[in-house]
Design a binder for this molecule. Structure first.
Ligand SMILES: C[S@@+](CC[C@H](N)C(=O)[O-])C[C@H]1O[C@@H](n2cnc3c(N)ncnc32)[C@H](O)[C@@H]1O
Length: 318
């Protein structure tokens, strides 16, 4: 799923006021910092140019990851959602994804860096009255409290930036402010997966019910294994230049956990964990349910299932 075209155009053509080489360097630094500073609690995006470079280089992918995670979660559990908090909102990717999927009038963005907020504000001015729906709050979630409760609380690609010893406390804070659903999205790295599994354990301990993607409270993957999902986002010319790639798209790997305050109905479908192996006449899928992880084969003989399996992707239910 791609960012709405109006936002894409604005980011690429108007927000992009940085000289090309500088933008290229900033995007490279951001990407290196995120790879090497996971879990160290360092401030990784500070100045205005970095905020713009983040919007251009990362927003299409983080938007895609949140959009897919939220959509998959709402397919399982879809309560009435009127109020939303986007914590560590950055330049607003998660808020835009929420706006695309839900009909809401009030979204609150919580963000520590003013530069990120300012870039987010400019972007929201260019799409679907978003600036009228959104209230920005400057907070440091490590030190400040959020007093209100929100039906849906989202944090995307933020836990990764919090130092390991503070993560549990942040999860508790986010849970306390959640009315119905808490959705946490992280990069699809091994560290991102660990962040999600630790968050899942903590949230179950706090009385939460897993909505997606896990089918079991206790992960059945081997200790050194992990899972992630992938979404394909289209690249524009600037994006291709920044990412040193010719492909017209990029595949963003991500991991997420959506947790509910209220017990939800179980479904008997299995979650596809890896990219399906499609052969002529059969499809092999690695899937997880509440009891085990297994490889299943769906053959052409089972016409309906085969048709679905051929079109499936990792993260889907089957
Ligand atoms: C990688 S960006 C993700 C932004 C956005 N959620 C997205 O998915 O594109 C992480 C954001 O979290 C913010 N952040 C990190 N630590 C924070 C804290 N302690 N309190 C509030 N915001 C924080 C950063 O300033 C940054 O804007």
């Amino acid at each position: 799923m791609d960012l709405p075209i109006e936002i894409k155009k604005y980011i690429e053509n108007e927000l992009n006021v940085i000289e090309k080489n500088k933008l290229y360097d900033k995007a490279k630094t951001i990407s290196k910092n995120y790879r090497t500073n996971e879990g160290k609690g360092k401030k990784l995006l500070k100045n205005y140019d970095e905020a713009i470079a983040y919007a251009i280089s990362r927003m299409p992918a983080t938007f895609g990851a949140v959009y897919n995670s939220l959509k998959s979660s709402l397919e399982i559990y879809n309560p009435t959602i009127k109020t939303i908090a986007d914590i560590g909102a950055g330049t607003g990717s998660a808020t835009i994804a929420v706006n695309e999927l839900l009909n809401v009038e009030n979204i609150e963005c919580f963000e520590r860096e003013e530069t990120m907020q300012n870039v987010g504000r400019m972007i929201f001015e260019h799409y679907d009255n978003l600036s009228k729906k959104v209230k920005w709050n400057k907070i440091d979630i490590c030190n400040d409290e959020i007093k209100e409760k929100y039906d849906l609380v989202i944090s995307s690609y933020m836990l990764n930036e919090i130092s390991d010893e503070k993560k549990e406390n942040i999860i508790e804070k986010m849970w306390k402010t959640t009315g119905k659903i808490l959705l946490i999205v992280e990069p699809g790295t091994m560290q991102g997966y660990k962040n999600i599994i630790n968050a899942k354990t903590k949230l179950i301990e706090l009385g939460g019910y897993i909505i997606a993607p896990c089918k079991s409270n206790q992960c059945k993957l081997a200790e050194n294994d992990w899972c992630n999902f992938s979404c394909r986002v289209q690249r524009t010319k600037v994006h291709r230049e920044l990412k040193d790639g010719d492909a017209p798209y990029e595949d963003e790997k991500y991991m997420y956990i959506a947790v509910s305050k209220e017990k939800i109905d179980n479904n008997d479908k299995k979650r596809i964990l890896r990219h399906p192996m499609i052969h002529s006449g059969f499809v092999k899928l690695k899937v997880c349910d509440d009891e085990k992880i297994e490889e299943i084969t769906i053959t052409k003989k089972d016409k309906e299932k085969f048709k679905i399996a051929r079109k499936s992707k990792s993260g889907d239910l089957i």
